[in-house]
Structure formats: structure tokens, C-alpha cells
Design a protein around this ligand. Structure first.
Ligand SMILES: NC(=O)c1ccc[n+]([C@@H]2O[C@H](COP(=O)([O-])OP(=O)(O)OC[C@H]3O[C@@H](n4cnc5c(N)ncnc54)[C@H](OP(=O)(O)O)[C@@H]3O)[C@@H](O)[C@H]2O)c1
Length: 334
């Protein structure tokens, strides 16, 4: 996932005299939480302002003139190159960066990086700072907000307040081989098609051991009811992959809450379901891309963990992604 993180004032200022023009307790917390263990990409001036690589994450500095290399530190000559470098095993090894599972790339400014990254980002974490900055000299570039879904998150701050917002690109296109795969969220208009795919898949799994599907269970009506209710209250999201008009991959994430615990203080858990790729489109990375999308949704919802009961085929994908077996997981059938 390629993300962008920025804090901007009401008049769109992000910098003044080489610095961020406000100091607000807790404002940088999200930046640390998102980027730790992942990749942060920043412009040469922003890097020089900080003066050292940020710990516990890979820092890629974008510059056409300077070269910084070292522990957790690399240099690229463009944002595009930085994104490629973030996924390049050899470059990561050079910087001694060891990632646990899947990593995200976060573009963290300033202006030139944001400008180049805007068409490439899947997600933008924009902190709206409730202040007007006079004589700002670096601004966040203009973009078309209609291309994004916007979620308004928590507020915080002291004398100056801020509000977190998350912009998720509605339609994401990826070239895979000679195909253009389109990823987007499930809508009400897709439901009949989506439910059809799911019931076909459930039927295949159920009948594989010679069982016949029960005649008295109306799974279509049950699915319609489920999706209507849970899409409306935001406790179910799904991302789909398309080749033209055809759905070629599906995913789903439900959100549930348990009493909080230390590794999950929100108590929120994502339950993964509906992972399916059309057999003609397998081994192209589509399931992983879909997984990325719904895992991000779980992060944005504040989940501390994602659970799945994996099929044998799925175990490989989830293990490579960073899922771990829960040795004591048990189920009681009702
Ligand atoms: N509010 C926020 O969230 C936020 C976030 C980040 C920064 N800031 C603020 O913004 C200001 C710094 O931003 P800035 O825009 O002036 O500087 P910057 O982006 O940090 O650094 C600019 C330098 O980065 C390189 N660069 C930028 N775009 C490039 C591109 N597309 N391809 C290749 N190289 C590129 C160039 O380096 P070379 O000259 O070496 O080629 C350029 O001179 C500071 O005031 C900082 O505090 C605010």
C-alpha cells in the first residue's frame, strides 16, 4: 500500500521557514504509529531538518543532488524510484532493513514529493490542523477530492485542535502482465453478482466431501440481509478486483468488538472472509492486493488483529503475508 501522511493548516500550509509551523502535543503520534516497521519516504530538506534517519523503519530520501546511505537509510532520485526501492530485496538488505510481513510505503513530504506521489497513492492520512498560518512557504498540492472516500477520525490537540481524516482512493488500477486490474469497494449494485460468487464457492467447499447442500437454507436472502445491514453500519467492507466488468477476485472484512486487552486496547477485531480469486486469474498477486485493501480497512477501523479460518490453499498466502497460527484457537459448534 502506498500512503501519504501530511498535516495541513486551514489555509493548506504545511511548512514555514523550513519547519512545521505548529507544535501540538500528540499530533505526531499517528505518524510514528503508521511508519514504524514500514517505509517512510521524505524529501531531502525534510530529512536534513530531522538530521538523522527515523529509527525502526526504512527511510528513503528523495534527492537529485545528495546521496544518503546507511542503517535504515537509502536515497532515490524520484518518488517512483523510492517506491520501487521499498520493495527491492537487495536495496533493503543494503540498508539492513528487516521487515516483518507486508510493508507499507508512506510519503511524508514536502511539496515536490506530495505532488509526484498524488496520482500514485492509495491512501492519504491528512491531519486537518485548526489554525491559519500567515506567510507559510510550503503548501499541500491541489488534488481532486472526488477520487477518494473520506473518513473523519479522531480529534485531538491542545490550544490548537486537529482532526484526522483518511482519504482512500475509490478506484485503483494496476497493470498486471497485459491486464489492467481494477480494484474498488463492493457497492449495493454489485451485491447480486457478489453473492452468486460466494454461494458458488460455499457450495463447492461444502460438496467436495460428497455432502449435498441442504434444500431448506436460503443463503441468498440471508446474504442480502447481512450485507444490507452491515454495509450500512460500516461493520462489513469488501474490496473487489475486476477485469473489465467481470469480478475476478473478492475479499471481505467484518468488524467485531471484544472487551479490550493489552495487545488490542480497542478490543476491535477484523474477521476476514470471502477471499476468492477466479481460477483463470490466480498467481498474479490479486489475492494479496485484495488482502492488503481489507487489512488496511481493519487498521483504519482501529482493529488490533485480523482473524481468519484459512483454507489449505490460503495458509500459504496468509503465512507469507505475516499471519501466525494461534496454537490455542478452538471452536465449539452450535
Ligand atoms: N506538515 C507536514 O505534514 C509536513 C511534512 C513534511 C514537510 N513539511 C515541511 O515542509 C517543508 C519542507 O518541504 P519542501 O517541499 O520545502 O522540501 P522537501 O520536499 O523536504 O525537500 C525538497 C528536496 O527534495 C528533493 N525532491 C523533492 N521532490 C522531488 C522529486 N519529485 N524528485 C526528486 N527529488 C525531489 C529535492 O532535493 P535535491 O535538491 O537534493 O534534489 C528538493 O530540493 C518544511 O517546512 C517542513 O517542515 C511539513
Amino acid at each position: 500500500m502506498i500512503g501519504l501522511i501530511v498535516a495541513r493548516s486551514k489555509n493548506n500550509v504545511i511548512g514555514k521557514n523550513g519547519q512545521i509551523p505548529w507544535r501540538i502535543k500528540g499530533e505526531q503520534k499517528q505518524f510514528k504509529a503508521l511508519t514504524t516497521g514500514n517505509v517512510v519516504v521524505m524529501g531531502r530538506k525534510s530529512y536534513e531538518e530531522i538530521g538523522h534517519p527515523l529509527p525502526n523503519r526504512l527511510n528513503i530520501i528523495v534527492s537529485r543532488t545528495a546521496k544518503f546511505e546507511g542503517e535504515n537509510l537509502l536515497t532515490a532520485s524520484s518518488v517512483q524510484e523510492a517506491i520501487a526501492m521499498a520493495g527491492d530485496e537487495e536495496a533493503r538488505r543494503r540498508a539492513g532493513f528487516v521487515a516483518k510481513g507486508e510493508v507499507n510505503v508512506y510519503i511524508s513530504g514536502g511539496y515536490g514529493l506530495y505532488k509526484e506521489a498524488l496520482p500514485l497513492v492509495n491512501k492519504m492520512y491528512i491531519t486537518e490542523v485548526d489554525t491559519t498560518v500567515e506567510d507559510g512557504d510550503v503548501f499541500f498540492p491541489e488534488f481532486d477530492a472526488d477520487e477518494f472516500d473520506v473518513k473523519v477520525g479522531e480529534t485531538g490537540g491542545d490550544e490548537i485542535k486537529f482532526t484526522r481524516t483518511i482519504y482512500t482512493r475509490r478506484v485503483q488500477v494496476k497493470k498486471i502482465g497485459d491486464k489492467e486490474v481494477v480494484y474498488r469497494k463492493l457497492t449495493e449494485a454489485d451485491l447480486d453478482n457478489f453473492i452468486g460468487i460466494r454461494i458458488t464457492q460455499l457450495t463447492e467447499e461444502y460438496t467436495v466431501e460428497g455432502r449435498e447442500v441442504p434444500k431448506n437454507v436460503d443463503l441468498v436472502a440471508a446474504h442480502q440481509d447481512f450485507y444490507h445491514r452491515h454495509m450500512a453500519d460500516g461493520t462489513f467492507v469488501s474490496w473487489l478486483a475486476f477485469d473489465g466488468d467481470k469480478i475476478i477476485g473478492t475479499s471481505g472484512m467484518s468488524f467485531v468488538e471484544k472487551p479490550p486487552y493489552f495487545t488490542c486496547p480497542t478490543g476491535r477485531i477484523g474477521l476476514l472472509s470471502s477471499m476468492f480469486t477466479n481460477p483463470d486469474y490466480r498467481r498474479m498477486g490479486i489475492a494479496k492486493d485484495l488482502l492488503d485493501h481489507v487489512v488496511d480497512e481493519a487498521k483504519d477501523y482501529g482493529c488490533g488483529a485480523v482473524w481468519i479460518t484459512a483454507s489449505n490453499m490460503g495458509v500459504k498466502l496468509y503465512t507469507a503475508y505475516g499471519f501466525e497460527h494461534n496454537g490455542n484457537y478452538m471452536a465449539y459448534k452450535l
